[in-house]
Design a protein around this ligand. Structure first.
Ligand code: SF4
Ligand code: SF4
Length: 285
């Protein structure tokens, strides 16, 4: 049966992507990997894959005015809440695609058309099929794009007989995180021993619990602060969050990223500690 894991961190810089890449290495025969950070896809840079398929993502609509019909009556300008249309001219950056102008235009001069907001595709990599996407600058709809990525990953899993989807989750706590979290079997929170990361863990836990998703924890870069590590363990124990691994700070991790490999492929202390957690991860899904 197809299982889905999302790796989250609340914010960037915790080592989430390097851990996801290492998990993809460990599960390479069964995994479809997804980079759900559609604003800044790091995994794409790491893998530099050649796309097998790539297409435009049309995330929403914008208003288009037929100048032949428009008599510049100004009704659309009056009703647009986003100040996106004036004198029959649409500012596409401001236009939210709500369609009000098309509804109120007495001349039926406005048509709502699908527009490109980014791209989505997939590639074959040494870690298996890899789904990537990128939102065009200034575009919204990141949640919808993440949902499309997960749908594509499910198609690929079926096509290539894979039984695990591994999502490198987006940073932050907004729509794309919700889109990457809903309906997954396990959320793995990657946390480094800093106070802001502890706060992020609390938010990830509360959001995942809200959607009925199990949460487990990988405590990354231990050794940076024993005191905060203890607070994180205390929080995890108090909320029944299993700690899958305590990965030590290891110079091999950034070295591996620079070489374009996962730290599990590189080897070292961090790799050993993550390897020891793989059985527990399998048991949780
Ligand atoms: S409401 Fe229609 S006709 Fe009037 S200015 Fe807007 S587009 Fe032109
Ligand atoms: S679609 Fe909505 S946001 Fe865009 S111009 Fe029309 S009224 Fe304004």
């Amino acid at each position: 049966m197809l299982k889905e894991i999302v790796v989250l961190s609340g914010k960037g810089g915790t080592g989430k992507t390097s851990i996801t890449a290492s998990l993809a290495t460990a599960f390479r025969d069964r995994v479809v990997l997804v980079d759900a950070d559609v604003d800044a896809p790091n995994m794409l840079i790491l893998l530099d894959p050649e796309a097998k398929e790539k297409r435009a993502f049309t995330g929403g609509k914008k208003a288009f005015v037929d100048r032949e019909i428009c008599d510049k009556c100004g009704v659309c300008t009056k009703y647009c809440r986003f100040s996106a249309i004036d004198d029959g001219e649409v500012d596409f950056i401001r236009c939210e695609g709500c369609g009000v102008c098309a509804f109120v235009c007495p001349k039926s001069a406005i048509e709502m058309r699908e527009v490109r907001s980014g791209e989505i595709g997939w590639a074959e990599t040494r870690w298996g099929p890899f789904v990537f996407a990128r939102l065009d600058p200034g575009e919204g709809n990141s949640g919808k794009l993440v949902t499309e990525e997960r749908n594509l990953a499910r198609d690929l899993a079926k096509r290539y007989g894979k039984d695990l989807i591994l999502v490198d989750g987006p940073p932050g706590m907004g729509c794309p995180v919700i889109a990457s979290l809903t309906g997954v079997d396990l959320a793995i929170a990657v946390v480094e021993p800093t106070l802001s990361a502890l706060h992020d863990l609390q938010r990830v836990y509360s959001q995942a619990s809200h959607f009925g998703v199990k949460v487990a924890l990988i405590l990354n870069k231990i050794g940076l602060s024993d005191e905060v590590s203890s607070s994180i363990r205390f929080f995890a124990n108090g909320h029944d969050i299993p700690i899958l691994a305590e990965v030590p700070y290891d110079e091999a991790v950034p070295k591996a990223m620079i070489e374009g490999i996962s730290f599990l492929e590189h080897g070292g202390e961090a790799a050993n500690s993550l390897r020891a957690s793989l059985k527990s991860i399998e048991k949780m899904i």
